[in-house]
Ligand binder design. Structure first.
Ligand code: NAG
Ligand code: NAG
Ligand code: NAG
Length: 222
């Protein structure tokens, strides 16, 4: 009896505090269930979509990530390079072989337009439009840019650069490629216009016994 009374008393004692949390809980969840939970669900949905799209993009990038094309000038011959400071004319005859390697496993490249330009002391003195070609996966193509003719060069420093380099035994000529490309991934073709290749060639003065050393070019493709 005593314990039953005590229990009853205890129940009566602890009774009152119990209902408020219950009613608070049920009231609270009911009131937040309306417009807010709809917004929350929508928000979570959008977040999930963003995350999924991000993961898909990352996977595609890792699978198809394009590697930079590699360009190398193996041999170059400067048969003539004569600048007259009287007439500001440069007479030139320069030829080379330039290999272009596509290191990608899944990307093949259409070279729809390829133009080589030759620059001396910052001024372009010649250009050569090269044949278009298609390059498969992991394939190497050799181009033969050649420049010969006479060009007026009016830069202020050309004469001094020319006489200094003639003394030193090497002319520094830049050969740059400007291209219009299409990248092919499976059946997708992507047009690509920006490719820039810059080969900084250290060419022995014609008639000297020095040898041209093979030169890697800077490529800014992707
Ligand atoms: C240019 O040089 C090459 C050798 O590299 C020679 O065969 C060719 O005849 C030269 N061209 C001219 C116009 O001198
Ligand atoms: C440049 O012109 C001067 C006279 O104006 C002449 O004496 C000289 O031989 C010329 N040099 C060349 C490389 O033609
Ligand atoms: C490179 O391409 C040429 C011509 O398309 C082909 O004959 C050659 O087998 C290819 N080489 C490689 C290594 O795929």
């Amino acid at each position: 009896m005593a314990s039953a009374k005590q229990g009853h008393l205890n129940g009566a004692y602890y009774g009152p505090p119990v209902p408020p949390p219950q009613s608070y809980h049920s009231v609270g969840s009911r009131s937040s269930c309306g417009p807010c939970s709809l917004l929350c669900t929508l928000f979570k949905f959008i977040i999930s979509i963003v995350i999924i799209v991000g993961i898909v993009a990352l996977v595609l990038w890792l699978v198809f990530r394009p590697h930079e094309v590699k360009v190398y000038v193996g041999t170059a011959s400067l048969a003539q390079f004569a600048f007259s400071s009287n007439s500001s004319n440069l007479q030139y005859n320069l030829s080379m072989d330039m290999s272009i390697r596509n290191p990608n496993k899944r990307i093949s490249i259409y070279y729809d337009y390829v133009e080589a330009r030759a620059l001396y002391d910052g001024s372009r003195f010649a250009f050569d439009v090269l044949p278009t070609f298609y390059q498969g996966h992991k394939n190497t193509t050799v181009l033969y840019p050649a420049f010969q003719g006479t060009q007026l060069l009016l830069g202020d420093s050309v004469a001094t650069t020319y006489s200094r380099e003639k003394e030193e035994g090497f002319y520094y000529v830049h050969v740059k490629l400007y291209t219009r490309l299409r990248l092919k991934v499976w059946v997708l073709k992507i047009h690509y216009n920006k490719q820039k290749v810059d080969c900084s060639l250290k060419l022995p003065v014609p008639g000297s016994s020095a040898k041209f050393e093979g030169t890697k070019c800077d490529v800014d493709l992707f």
